[in-house]
Design a binder for this molecule. Structure first.
Ligand SMILES: C[S@@+](CC[C@H](N)C(=O)[O-])C[C@H]1O[C@@H](n2cnc3c(N)ncnc32)[C@H](O)[C@@H]1O
Length: 226
């Protein structure tokens, strides 16, 4: 709720929580690991990985999102085509990016490619039918994206950042789970709500309900050996 007023507080907290999750599912501290943060915005997550001793690298295609003080060594790059060799990362991390790409399976393939066999892939996204699915025009997206966007403009006097089909896409939990289960290069370590403190995996097991109640899907994947 404080994202707009106090992004520093909000994103630092989120970054600590996300790295705790990586450590919990990865089986230990990230100290010494190579971490690739794809679509990492201004770098809160990369900075938190570094604070804990990881060699973390930020890849972000949008200069505006990188801001004026990106982490040292940040690379302007698209997640569909990362300038990295196969299997270099112990952990590949992407937070709230999948709903901003037109082709999630291809994006995930690239995350898998750069992760070493046995390495962890952290993918989280706000699905379309989540109460936050419409981002700055939520929850009015339930009445249609165009109407919600127009309402945002009327209320704030400015254009919304996101346009459905341009930089925001209707990504669904059921379809994404099927796409990931169909892959033979990853196993699913966990499919859970990113933010729910309880019943986080249970809610994702309920078709239909999960599209509304999960809020944000977190997939923890492990790359299979070749
Ligand atoms: C909502 S922001 C999330 C930023 C940060 N990861 C976080 O969780 O706060 C979405 C990010 O996805 C990035 N993005 C969009 N398309 C991308 C792509 N094809 N490859 C990599 N990043 C992309 C945007 O530039 C933006 O920084």
């Amino acid at each position: 709720m404080r994202e707009q007023d106090d992004p520093e507080y909000c994103y630092s907290l989120l970054a600590r929580d996300a790295v705790d999750q990586v450590e919990a599912y990865g089986g230990g501290p990230v100290d010494g690991l190579t971490v690739v943060d794809v679509g990492g915005g201004s770098g809160y997550f990369t900075e938190e990985f570094r604070r804990r001793g990881a060699q973390a690298y930020l890849f972000e295609p949008d200069l505006g999102e990188l801001g004026t003080k990106p982490p040292d060594g940040a690379v302007v790059a698209d997640g569909y085509l990362l300038p990295l060799a196969d299997g270099v990362a112990d952990v590949t991390f992407t937070s709230n990016v999948l709903e901003h790409v037109a082709d999630p399976p291809t994006f995930i393939s690239e995350l898998v490619r750069v992760t070493r066999p046995g390495g962890l892939i952290y993918v989280s996204f706000t699905n379309w039918l989540s109460p936050w699915g419409g981002h700055e025009w939520a929850p009015w997206h339930y009445l249609g994206a165009e109407r919600a966007r127009a309402r945002y403009r009327r209320r704030t006097g400015k254009d919304a950042k996101h346009t459905l089909g341009e930089n925001l896409f209707a990504v669904h939990i059921g379809r994404t789970l099927r796409q990931v289960r169909d892959r033979d290069d990853v196993t699913i370590v966990s499919a859970r709500s990113r933010y729910w403190p309880f019943l986080a995996e249970t809610v994702v097991k309920a078709p239909g309900l999960r599209e509304f109640a999960t809020w944000n899907l977190l997939l923890i994947l492990r790359r299979c050996p070749p």
